[in-house]
Design a protein around this ligand. Structure first.
Ligand SMILES: NC(=O)c1ccc[n+]([C@@H]2O[C@H](COP(=O)([O-])OP(=O)(O)OC[C@H]3O[C@@H](n4cnc5c(N)ncnc54)[C@H](OP(=O)(O)O)[C@@H]3O)[C@@H](O)[C@H]2O)c1
Length: 210
């Protein structure tokens, strides 16, 4: 069956699509613009054009899992945060439930459950992520919430992570390691109804998620 990757064209999403396709997982990359489709099609990855703020009803048809790796990004205002990170995520969760998706994997953020302790600029984003996570956790749908620390500029995966951020002074992680973790979760259907914090560390990704 097929996995829909929402946010496929993002910096995490692109790496995840590639890793999942390499692992033999059928991936459908959800993109907003037709111009982004060839990048995936050249890798043999199916694409669908859809928008969290527009038409997306069709995107999940024939899929059994969904990964939400989209986001409004750091250069937009709270209006985009509300529409993409909160409302877009909630729409995707509700649509997935309606379509009978067997597992929803949310790319969230470390400490999203405590937005008021975040730096002031990040609080609306953290509040949006927390609310979307709550909607997912309280849905009847099996799910995994991956909560990575702050992304580093280093895209490359070291392949080494930790699920115990409290043991680390530096709570950052490369996007490559996040993509690897999402790919491992996709291969491990027994991982359900869990929130997994994740930072760069010393344990191979596969082992850290076991
Ligand atoms: N930065 C951090 O430190 C950090 C830490 C923890 C978690 N996260 C989460 O990780 C996510 C992924 O990170 P990233 O670096 O890969 O982000 P990114 O490169 O900004 O990618 C975000 C993706 O979301 C898509 N998107 C935005 N609005 C959309 C809409 N209305 N409908 C459909 N797709 C939409 C974008 O599409 P386009 O390509 O068309 O623009 C893009 O592909 C972030 O958004 C954030 O929620 C970030």
């Amino acid at each position: 069956m097929t996995v829909l990757i929402i946010g496929a064209n993002g910096r995490v999403g692109r790496q995840l699509c590639e890793l999942a396709a390499e692992a033999g997982i059928d991936v459908r990359a959800m993109v907003r613009h037709r111009a982004e489709e060839p990048l995936f099609q050249e890798q043999g990855i199916e694409t669908v054009q859809a928008d969290l703020e527009g038409d997306m009803e069709h995107a999940m048809d024939g899929c059994d899992q969904v990964v939400f790796a989209a986001g409004s990004g750091p250069h937009t205002g709270s209006d985009r945060t509300l529409l993409v990170d909160l409302h877009g995520a909630v729409r995707a969760i509700q649509l997935a439930e309606d379509k009978g998706i067997s597992r929803f994997i949310m790319l969230s953020a470390l400490r999203a459950e405590d937005p008021l302790t975040a730096p002031e600029k990040l609080r609306p984003y953290m509040a949006a992520k927390y609310a979307a996570d709550l909607v997912l956790a309280r849905s009847a749908m099996p799910h995994v919430i991956l909560a990575p620390g702050r992304f580093t500029d280093d895209e490359e995966a070291s392949g080494l992570v930790s699920t115990a951020p409290e043991q680390h002074h530096d709570i950052t992680i490369s996007r490559g390691n996040v993509a690897q973790a999402l790919a491992v979760i996709l291969r491990r259907p027994e991982l359900v109804d869990r929130r997994i914090p994740l930072v760069d560390g010393d344990t191979p990704v596969e082992q850290a998620l076991s």
